[in-house]
Design a protein around this ligand. Structure first.
Ligand code: UDP
Length: 238
């Protein structure tokens, strides 16, 4: 079952909000099960999957700052939120019999392993899903940046950014009726047109290390599997 796939190792970035589903806050167990099913399909055809999950469904440092909280403290809270999401995802994946390891950029002995690049690569090579949590471990960064950083570090062939819309548009398609969708973009086009895809740190990192990024709609069933088989979904930035 290892045949028809274009990519052997990918890094999938899920936003924290992707876990909220039909709940008002936090984590929707139904969404976790669906994600486990779709990720399991990749593992099933022999794709090695690294995962980075955000924390925006629980905490965002910058949002708390505007309410008076110290930014660095807020960012630490945001990173801890990503660990909670990672634990929930691991639980759902393991219940679906998908071997999964969570690593944290902030050491958290007794809860999850500390991030170690070589251990992560070994686990991925064994076919385990590896969830990279606690962002980069540093305040003032985002989980988009940590997804690109870890993707580059573990030699993933593609970073997949799951969003609510099916790719990158010239303007917000929810607000602007004649917004056009791009099938392909260069890193510089993303920067020049000030397209809000990922933060600039993440885009620059990918540009400097030639890491392609595909932005796609996670809610579209089967899209993830289609991409790893070489299908066209969303927007490719390269
Ligand atoms: N964060 C951080 N450093 C990192 C990654 C994340 O400080 O390297 C904090 C930051 O406060 C951020 C929060 O964690 O707002 C949640 O991450 P993010 O906003 O990227 O989550 P998402 O929008 O993907 O749900």
């Amino acid at each position: 079952a290892s045949g028809d796939k274009k990519y052997k190792r990918i890094l999938l970035k899920l936003s924290g909000e992707a876990l909220t589903g039909s709940e008002k806050f936090g984590i929707d167990p139904k969404i976790l099960d669906r994600l486990a099913l779709e990720i399991g399909q990749l593992v099933g055809i022999g794709v090695q999957v690294g995962l980075v999950v955000g924390g925006g469904n629980l905490f965002r440092g910058a949002a708390l700052q505007s309410a008076g909280l110290d930014r660095v403290t807020g960012d630490h809270m945001g990173m801890l939120a990503t660990v909670m999401n990672a634990l929930a995802l691991r639980d759902a994946l393991e219940r679906s019999n998908i071997a999964t390891q969570v690593m944290s950029s902030i050491p958290m002995s007794g809860v999850v392993d500390h991030y170690d690049r070589r251990k992560a690569i070994r686990a991925l090579s064994n076919g385990d899903v590896v969830i990279f949590s606690a962002g980069t471990g540093n305040p003032f960064f985002t989980t988009d940046s940590s997804a690109c950083l870890r993707g580059i570090e573990v030699d993933a062939e593609l970073v997949l950014k799951a969003t609510k819309v099916d790719g990158v548009y010239s303007a917000d398609p929810m607000k602007v009726a004649d917004a056009v969708k791009y099938d392909r973009l260069s890193y510089d086009e993303v920067l020049d047109k000030k397209l809000e895809v990922m933060d600039l740190t993440a885009i620059c990192l990918c540009r400097d290390h030639r890491m392609p990024v595909r932005v796609f709609m996670m809610e579209k069933q089967g899209a993830l599997l289609n991409i790893v088989r070489g299908g066209q979904e969303g927007t490719l930035i390269e």
